[in-house]
Design a protein around this ligand. Structure first.
Ligand SMILES: Nc1ncnc2c1ncn2[C@@H]1O[C@H](COP(=O)(O)OS(=O)(=O)O)[C@@H](OP(=O)(O)O)[C@H]1O
Ligand SMILES: [Mg+2]
Ligand SMILES: [Mg+2]
Ligand SMILES: [Mg+2]
Length: 358
């Protein structure tokens, strides 16, 4: 299978990073949370997760040139007064790496400088040439802080195209979370949580329990054809997506079920196994989408048979650097529903524009 070595490394890195996040989420202290310059939250777990993935990938793929486009950097951690937090991150990362193979500690203990350097390996700009890993160390930090959904999202771009994606979703139940448009899947009890989704180009999408208790299963997006029977996902946070617009689109489609609002790319994971059939994301005007919020999710859904486009039906272009070159929104559905969805999106946006020009 193509990208086998890379997939093994990515699964290991995302699972280990998820372990670090789970540990922090269990014992989250207010002092672990900081505010970034754009006012969004960041925690010791975001930094720790980024360091773990960066270190693991470099160690597992030692013979390859390494380029990582990731959300966090160490600028705030290098400011005065951050020593405590850096030390806490360093301990978290060392403890997490030591659990990977307790009999074979990977390196000698890493210093605070090693950790800052590992975080800063993620400052690549991406682009259309060569290979770039793309990482959101915690996607859905607000969900993480609420004790809700979040994901460690890791993808690989090759010549500007997504070729691999892994989504570790520690709080996502193994059983369906929504109307279950595909009445299939696993018989796990609803209390069991922690899913690892992964896909490589041309090979389909698989899901397995995050703790590898059982074998991976191949997953497929919902096969629902009538939007009336579909349910749709959107951001939990109203500040991240226009809930009024998605409600108008859902009405036009005749969707009966209420929206399923969950944080992070866990939405893409849930869609890939048919928990719902549609994802609608319409950021407020002026927001620029980052590639790390969609790379892993996009391949997980497309390899499961779904379609991911901007609101005008154009494929997402991940080759432009850190940002996605779009300002209309992102929509996901299966092949049957997509044409109807595109029309409903067009009509709803036109209505909204007419209303605001009156
Ligand atoms: N204003 C605004 N508009 C749109 N999107 C934003 C905005 N602010 C942040 N973000 C990004 O949203 C990421 C969280 O994913 P979701 O929006 O899907 O989840 S949520 O339900 O809204 O929490 C979140 O990812 P993380 O920062 O990794 O948590 C952000 O990249
Ligand atoms: Mg963030
Ligand atoms: Mg994110
Ligand atoms: Mg993040």
């Amino acid at each position: 299978m193509a990208y086998e070595k890379e997939l093994d490394a990515a699964k290991k890195a995302a699972s280990l990073a998820a372990r670090l996040c789970q540990k922090v989420q269990k014992a989250l202290l207010q002092s672990d949370v900081q505010s970034k310059s754009d006012k969004s939250p960041v925690t010791v777990a975001d930094y720790g997760s980024q360091a773990v993935v960066s270190l693991l990938l470099q160690r597992e793929l030692i013979s390859e040139p390494f380029s990582l486009v990731a959300e966090e950097d160490s600028a705030d951690l290098r400011k005065e007064g951050s020593q405590d937090i850096i030390e806490r991150i360093t301990k978290l990362v060392n403890d997490t790496l030591a659990t990977e193979d307790p009999l074979k500690p990977i390196d000698s203990t890493l210093s605070t400088d090693d950790i800052l350097r590992a975080i800063d390996c993620g400052t690549s700009e991406g682009g259309p040439n060569g290979r770039h890993w793309v990482l959101d160390p915690i996607d859905g930090t607000k969900g993480f802080l609420r004790g809700d959904q979040y994901a460690v999202a890791l993808g690989l771009l090759e010549e500007g195209k997504v070729v691999l994606g892994v989504l570790a979703c520690p709080n996502l139940p193994l059983a369906s979370i929504a109307g279950n448009d595909n009445k299939n899947k696993n018989s796990s009890s609803s209390e069991e949580k922690g899913c690892l989704f992964y896909a490589t180009i041309g090979s389909g999408t698989y899901m397995q329990p995050l703790d590898s208790r059982s074998e991976p299963v191949k997953v497929h997006v919902s096969s629902v054809e009538n939007p009336e029977d579909a349910s749709f996902f959107e951001s939990f946070e109203g500040a991240h997506s226009l809930h009024d617009l998605s409600s108008s689109i859902a009405n036009k489609l005749g969707v009966k079920a209420p929206p399923v609002r969950i944080d992070s790319q866990a939405k893409y994971g849930a869609l890939s196994r048919g928990d719902g059939a549609i994802y609608l994301r319409f950021p407020h005007k002026g927001y620029r989408e980052k590639i790390w919020d969609h790379v892993a999710g996009a391949i997980v859904v497309t390899e499961a048979g779904g379609i991911v486009t901007d609101a005008g039906g154009k494929a997402l272009d991940f080759s432009k650097g850190k940002y996605l070159d779009l300002d209309t929104g992102i929509i996901v559905a299966n092949e049957k529903i997509m044409p109807l969805l595109l029309k409903a999106v067009r009509d709803s946006i036109a209505e909204q524009e007419n209303a605001s020009s009156l």
